[in-house]
Design a protein around this ligand. Structure first.
Ligand SMILES: [Ca+2]
Length: 488
């Protein structure tokens, strides 16, 4: 792999890793900046991962062309809070007990240094906006210690259901969490527009110190609201729908049913809604696609600002989504599962002059690799208590050996992604095995077939033996009223 040396590292003291150059020991003001881009609930149905996929993401495609695209990246946990806590602390859920969306991650890990804190202690200025840590209960899960400056998210939904939803007469739409539609009227009023604008404004200013800028885009998280222009990109009559096998649940073990039981409210609600409005599912899928493309456009505004800025050639970019999202696949909507749709996410690194533009890495990896990778890319002192390992060997050689991807949801439930295989081991000992070479939809559970015994034995060895007790949940702040539309 040929690496072009440019002004990003020309001023630093160089050290050579296999196939690459790193600014090791560079003085603080010569270190590269970090643009840390997070998208919420963005799944893998994206043009950046496969040109045939229906969700158009031109700005993610452009970023991938500038750096390294991981085609098989997986979240450490398929839900916001444990995934973000794990990525940002570099610690896996089964080590910390941070398993759920209500777990008080900072209370459980008072001493853990987040990526942002570690960079701050290394001389960086940390700025951020939007949804960086879990955003529930009006920012109760946010971490002030990780930022010198932060712009929180404004409200992400309208005050009441949109007029056309009232006309439909669907009671189910009364929950703002399951709502969708064209809103707000002006793009500038959308929450993610404001978050991206913070990033644009930051990049237009001169900064004396190297910085880590964290931009957390909220869409396509539910509720699925985006301005009308993004709906106009998708035509209702030919919206591409997910593939579903009617008897898909027949070969699932008890562990899957137990894990999913409390989390199928959305699919059940959709089944009910379809009785009243046969287009409800299509409408929802189209809204997800519109919101994802809107998120892409906001990422594009930040990338444009970086391209125009003085930081263009000395900023490392990493983009990731905290978890995937089912749009009906496996008779499920939302995340909360250990299947491909809940766990497969986009991951892109770009570092001008260092990572070869257009690198494609097919090895399965998980997002606990982000923390040690950024440390290595920026030449900071290694941190030895992180659970993941740096992706640097894969930038140099996309076929290099790398540990399988591990995803955990609630205590004792794990998924291993290795080569073409997904192996799931539930807390009750039951299992699933899928071969993605022949079954990308995960319709045929191969666990229990004696033909795959040696494969399962090999994959089972990667399942953690010790699972931390669940850490305590956060107490809901008294100021938080409810999550439904306020009655008029
Ligand atoms: Ca999420």
């Amino acid at each position: 792999m040929k690496i072009k040396l440019n002004n990003m590292i020309a001023g630093g003291l160089l050290c050579t890793l296999p196939g690459m150059l790193a600014p090791c020991g560079a003085a603080e003001n010569q270190r590269p900046n970090v643009l840390f881009l997070i998208i919420d609930d963005l799944n893998d149905w994206l043009s950046v991962l496969d040109r045939d996929n229906p969700i158009r993401m031109p700005n993610l495609e452009r970023l991938a062309r500038q750096g390294a695209l991981f085609t098989h990246a997986y979240c450490p946990s398929p839900v916001c809070n444990p995934s973000r806590a794990s990525v940002m602390t570099g610690l896996r859920p089964h080590k910390t007990g941070v398993y759920g969306n209500k777990t008080d991650w900072r209370g459980a890990l008072p001493e853990a240094l987040t990526i942002q804190q570690y960079f701050m202690r290394s001389g960086y200025y940390s700025a951020g906006a939007g949804k960086v840590f879990h955003h529930h209960w009006d920012g109760a899960f946010h971490d002030d210690a990780s930022f010198d400056d932060f712009q929180p998210m404004p409200k992400t939904y309208p005050d009441s259901p949109l007029p056309e939803k009232k006309l439909n007469g669907l009671e189910w739409y009364g929950s703002r969490n399951t709502d969708w539609g064209a809103w707000p009227a002006r793009e500038q009023d959308a929450v993610d527009y404001k978050t991206a604008s913070y990033g644009v404004g930051f990049l237009e200013k001169k900064h004396e110190r190297p910085f880590i800028l964290s931009i957390g885009i909220f869409r396509p998280h539910m509720p699925l609201f985006a301005p009308q222009a993004w709906f106009d990109q998708y035509k209702q009559h030919d919206v591409v729908m997910p593939r579903i096998k009617p008897d898909d649940w027949n070969d699932l073990p008890s562990g899957a049913a137990k894990l999913l039981k409390p989390n199928r409210w959305f699919w059940k609600g959709m089944e009910k809604a379809l009785g009243q409005n046969p287009r409800a599912w299509q409408d929802m899928v189209m809204a997800y696609q519109a919101c994802a493309s809107f998120a892409d456009a906001q990422i594009g505004r930040v990338l444009d600002a970086l391209d125009r800025s003085r930081y263009k050639s000395n900023t490392i970019i990493v983009l990731w989504s905290d978890n995937g999202f089912h749009l009906g696949e496996k008779q499920h909507i939302e995340k909360f599962a250990l299947w491909e749709k809940s766990t497969h996410v986009p991951l892109i690194f770009a570092a001008p002059g260092w990572i070869k533009a257009g690198t494609v890495i097919d090895r399965p990896v998980d997002l606990t690799a982000i923390y040690p990778t950024l440390i290595e890319l920026c030449g900071l002192k290694p941190k030895n208590d992180l659970d993941g390992q740096s992706l640097a060997p894969l930038f140099a050689n996309p076929d290099a050996e790398f540990p399988p991807a591990l995803t955990t949801y609630l205590r004792g439930n794990h998924a291993i992604r290795s080569g073409p295989w997904r192996y799931i081991h539930y807390a009750d000992g039951t299992e699933e095995l899928y071969n993605h070479t022949t079954d990308a939809d995960e319709w045929n559970n191969l666990a229990g077939d004696p033909k795959y015994e040696s494969t399962i034995n090999r994959l089972r060895a990667f399942v953690p033996k010790n699972n931390a007790e669940a850490a305590a949940n956060m107490k809901k702040p008294a100021s938080v009223v409810n999550t439904e539309y306020q009655p008029k």
